[in-house]
Each structure stands twice: as C-alpha cells, then as structure tokens.
Write a protein that binds this ligand. Structure first.
Ligand code: ATP
Length: 468
C-alpha cells in the first residue's frame, strides 16, 4: 500500500513536470530516447536556482575556492590515466528470454556479492560501491529476469563511457569519450591552476557541468539518466589535514540540503564500508535521500587520497607536486571530493516540495519550494483581463517589482482561480492581485502560497513586505 502511494507520487511529479513546463522526455516527438530529459522554462529556472545556492555556499561564500569550466571531451589519455577507459564498467546481464538488459548489481542480492572479495574487485577509478568488475569466472547467482522471470545470462563488463572520434578519421588515435564525471578536468589542470593562481593549500576547484554515462538501465525519471549535470569540488589538502576538511564538507553538505528544503529526516548518511570502497579511497560517505522509489544516493563525499594527481603525474610525465613554502617540501596534495548530481537534487527538491491539500473545498496541488529556489518569486495579476485600467495598473506594479526582484511573472490568462492554481503548481510563493480598490487607494491583495491567506498591502510597501 505504502509502496503504491510512493510510486503514485513519482507519477504525479512526472505529470506535473510535463503539464507545467519543468521537464519533458527527451526527443519526445520522435518517440523519445531513454535516459535523456529536456528542461522547460520553469525546470531550467529551478535547476539554475539550485546551482546558484551551491555556488553561493560552497564557492563564492568562501575564500579558498576557485571556479573551473573544463571541456567535456578530453584527450583519451586522461581517461586511461584515471582508470575509466579500462574500468568504468557496470556488470550487465541479459535475459535470455525477453532480451532485456539489467545492471546485475541492481537486481537480486548483489550487495552481498559486493562484500565477497573473492568474486568482485573494486574499480580503480571511482569510489563507487556498486561499480564492480566480476573477477575471474566468479558467477553471480541471481533470481531471474525481473520483468519476465526468464533465465539471466552471465554478467559481463560494460564500459559506460560514450565513445566518440575527434576529427574526420575514426581510428583508435582519434578515439575519445564524453566525460563520465567533471572531476578529471580539474585534476588534469592542477598544474595550470598552481602556475596561474598560486593558491595556498588547502584550496578547491569547483565546477558545474554535464556528465554522460551510458547507463544500462536508466530509470526513475531524473534519478538515473544518461546525460546529467554534476556539481563537483576537488579540494586539495595536506595529507595530514584531510579529516578536518572531510568533516567540514560533511556539515556543509547537510546545511546545503536543508537550505533547499530537504528535511534532515529524509537525508541519510551511509558510511561506505572498507570492503565496498575503491582501494585508494580511505573514506566515503554517500548521502542518501528518501525518493518516492526508495532510499537512494543523492550525493557523495569521498577522500580520494593522492590517487588521481599521482596517476596523472605518472602518465603525463608532468610534475603535479605542490611546493609548500612553510615546510619547504614538495608533495602531491590529497583530495576531498564532494560530488552532487544536479538532476538528482532537482528530483529530491520536487519530491519534498510536492504537496496536496484542500482549499476552499477544492483539492489543490502546490510546490512548497523555499522562495530562493522557486522559479517565479512573485506573480502579478489584474483581477479582470478585460478592464484596461486594471491591466494597466497591474502592468505598472509588475514593472516596478521586476526592477527589484529577479523573477516576476505577469499573468492574465483564464480566471483568477486558474491563475492561483497554476502559480501554486509551479511553486510561486507570492501572488499579487490588482482589483478595483487598487484604483482607489493604491493597495493590492498579497496571497501567500502555503496558507492561501490574503492581505491588503500598499503598493509602495510591496518590496519590503514580500522580502523573499
Ligand atoms: P550510482 O551508484 O547511483 O550509479 P554513483 O555512485 O555512480 O551513483 P558518482 O560516480 O559518485 O555516482 O557520481 C556523483 C554524483 O553524480 C552522484 O551522487 C549522483 O548525484 C550523480 N549521478 C551519477 N550517476 C548519475 C546518473 N546516471 N543520473 C543522474 N545523476 C547521476
């Protein structure tokens, strides 16, 4: 029963996203393309607002962070050095009957297999507990095809990087990949950063950008997509100081989630056990969220040691050491990596904000978004669309507010009830209506999204009153 309710919630969110212009299935008019999604106006605004909160809290509000924006396609040697070219794989199984493909570790009791070090070995490239290479002939037991119950074939490694060729000749030398994570662009530019900015340890590089993974089974709406966005920080520290920075980012991550409206009760920390981590990672915490389809990874925090910089130094031949002026020593810094998926955050935010209640005897749906991430902050309406004086006055107020508040919308479509419903569904915290009294005394009604309560406010006090 509870499960149905939750599945129902996901369906409702997907429907609202389409109906109100947040998110659409990718390539929909041609039948879609699994694992790709397009953001419409309000979705793009929501996503951008989440990113701005991240920039503000993790980067611009600190003195030790620098922005970065690397190319998506890099020399294939980057991915050889990082280990992705060989090992960024998921175990794929195919049903012999219906031919559907699944990620082996997502069906049956795979978590048990992961703990069996005889059968699996961790990926060299990333701290992911469920990305494993099946070692030797270790055959994994599974309970049959989740769809038709048919026999599943043996698991084989499937590299999840999208391949491409750079230039006109499609040979091995021209081979490259769409990046599966933003991180490597920052590691590969460590020397450029040191030489141009001369930062002192500890310091971080921060980047938001697209990442691509040819997921075997994309699913759960935005949760597991083939094209998605990441917000990643590579924070370089002295080896002896990693724990302090790790704890700081752990706390900052929790504050960040709270400021996006995620209840601390729905966020859980999973300390990834030693035998499920990649060999270079000394510690990893997965932050999991109670999505409508279950508790799943929202973001990760990993202590990546000096693995990546050392690998790039060794493979490129370029020294990637840091000269510590205090101790006059040279060493390769260690790295703490907080890594967030923007789309998983959008889905977590929507799941938290989606609310149904009753207002004036009618059922209504609204998004209880924190005002700072709401796509539209204030909506302005004339009570009636066919009264030019009201429309003119409402436009005047709209223009006045637009100068002060970043996202204001003018709306005169349909009747006032419909406009409130639409603004509630896109999560607009405040709606202002100009009525006939406005023409007399220059006051308007200000309606609060959550309570539906209205009060009259003088137009000159509006900005102060709204105070978002
Ligand atoms: P999962 O185990 O769910 O596949 P992961 O451990 O592989 O995730 P990481 O490699 O740690 O994920 O990537 C960092 C972040 O990028 C994740 O915490 C998640 O927010 C996001 N992310 C990873 N894969 C996807 C995907 N396919 N679709 C959307 N977001 C993703």
């Amino acid at each position: 029963m509870e499960k149905n309710k939750q599945t129902d919630l996901l369906e409702k969110i997907v429907a609202l996203c389409k109906r109100r212009g947040f998110v659409f299935p990718g390539s929909e008019i041609y039948g879609g393309l699994s694992g790709f999604w397009d953001y419409g106006h309000y979705g793009a605004l929501l996503k951008e607002n989440i990113k701005q909160v991240w920039w503000g809290q993790f980067v611009d509000g600190r003195e030790d962070m620098f922005r970065f924006d690397a190319a998506i396609v890099m020399n294939q040697k980057v991915w050889q050095a990082s280990g992705h070219a060989k090992g960024f794989a998921d175990p794929l199984v195919e049903c012999e009957k219906c031919k559907k493909q699944f990620r082996e570790d997502q069906i049956g009791n795979s978590r048990l297999n992961l703990k069996d070090s005889e059968k699996v070995q961790p990926l060299p490239a990333r701290t992911q507990p469920d990305k494993v290479i099946l070692a030797g002939t270790g055959i994994v037991q599974s309970s049959g095809c989740p769809d038709c119950g048919g026999r599943l074939g043996e698991a084989r490694q499937f590299n999840m990087m999208f391949r491409t060729h750079v230039g006109a000749i499609e040979d091995d030398f021209a081979l490259s990949y769409l990046r599966p994570e933003t991180a490597q662009g920052m590691f590969a530019n460590f020397k450029n950063t040191i030489d141009s900015l001369h930062p002192k340890l500890p310091f971080g590089l921060a980047q938001i950008g697209k990442a691509f993974r040819n997921e075997i089974a994309p699913r759960d709406f935005l949760f597991r997509a083939r094209e998605f966005e990441q917000m990643e920080i590579e924070y370089f520290v002295r080896p002896s100081e990693w724990e302090k920075s790790f704890e700081e980012f752990r706390e900052q991550t929790k504050r960040f989630f709270t400021s996006l409206g995620l209840s601390p009760k729905s966020v859980h920390e999973l300390e990834v056990p030693d035998n499920e981590r990649a060999h270079y990672s000394k510690r990893t915490i997965d932050f999991e969220f109670d999505y409508p389809f279950g508790r799943k990874e929202l973001s990760g925090l990993a202590y990546r040691t000096d693995f990546d910089l050392s690998a790039h130094q060794e493979n490129s031949g370029v020294p990637l050491e840091y000269l510590d002026e205090e101790s006059k020593t040279k060493f390769i810094p260690h790295v703490i990596e907080p890594s967030f998926g923007v789309d998983r955050l959008v889905l977590a935010v929507l799941s938290s904000a989606y609310t149904e209640d009753e207002m004036g005897g009618d059922k209504r749906t609204f998004l209880k978004l924190p005002p700072k991430i709401a796509p539209v902050k204030v909506a302005v309406f004339p009570l009636l669309k066919n009264k030019p004086k009201l429309v003119e006055k409402a436009r005047e107020i709209y223009k006045m507010l637009k100068k002060e508040i970043d996202s204001v919308e003018f709306d005169d479509n349909g009747n006032i009830g419909k406009r409130y419903r639409r603004q509630d569904e896109i999560g607009t915290p405040v709606a202002i209506t100009c009525d006939f009294q406005t023409l007399d005394d220059n006051t308007v009604t200000v309606r609060d999204r959550d309570s539906g309560k209205q009060e009259r406010v003088r137009t000159e006090d509006l900005v102060k009153k709204i105070n978002l």
